[in-house]
Design a binder for this molecule. Structure first.
Ligand code: GLN
Length: 190
């Protein structure tokens, strides 16, 4: 299995390390040539969604990535990656990748409470999962076929819709590989 990791900015190296520890090959996507390589899935890391959107547009990558996700490419977005995939932001259509039926609230915890750590249940995984939040978004609501995977204090922090999965927290920053393994297990075997 070979997973593409968007590497324009943000926490991409940590995702690669985690996937390597699970025995999975990765490659970085920085331009159109990289994007055209064969892949079984895509990771959109945390970072800054405004910068990421700007870079994707400048590099002519936004539409090709959007198209492959719409055609069924498995994708896992964390934090800014979640924001990239949300079809709506606070009730209004968003102009990012916008492939997933979720409505996002950016910087949902404000500046002071921006970063925190907790442990909560995650649908489909036994026990609790460590969750590190950094200036994180949360999901106001899921619609369409999207389903909730985790909540913290009543706020939705993880969801999936068929081949698309998102977490508002950063599983790549903790030493627990189960959320990444969950994503990998959802990828159809070739
Ligand atoms: N606040 C960032 C944004 O709006 C996301 C933060 C993160 O990815 N850690 O894009």
């Amino acid at each position: 299995m070979r997973i593409a990791v968007l590497a324009l900015q943000g926490a991409f190296a940590e995702h690669q390390q985690m996937l390597h520890s699970l025995g999975v090959e990765t490659f970085q996507v920085r331009n159109k040539c990289d994007w055209e390589k064969p892949k079984d899935g895509l990771i959109l890391p945390g970072g800054e969604s405004t910068t990421m959107t700007k870079l994707l547009n400048e590099l002519d990558l936004l539409l090709p990535i959007q198209e492959e996700i719409s055609q069924g490419l498995p994708v896992f977005g964390t934090c800014a990656g979640l924001i990239m995939l949300a079809r709506k932001e606070n009730g209004k259509p968003s102009n990012r990748l916008s492939t997933m039926d979720i409505d996002v609230c950016r910087n949902a915890y404000g500046r002071q409470l921006g970063s925190f750590h907790t442990e909560e249940a995650f649908k489909g995984i036994e026990g609790t999962i460590p969750m590190t939040f950094i200036r994180a978004p949360y999901i106001n609501e899921v619609f369409g076929d999207a389903e909730i995977l985790a909540t913290v204090d009543g706020n939705i922090v993880a969801a999936r819709q068929h081949h698309q999965m998102v977490t508002a927290f950063h599983p790549e920053l903790d030493n627990d590989t189960r959320v990444h393994a969950y994503f990998l297990n959802s990828i159809p075997k070739r």
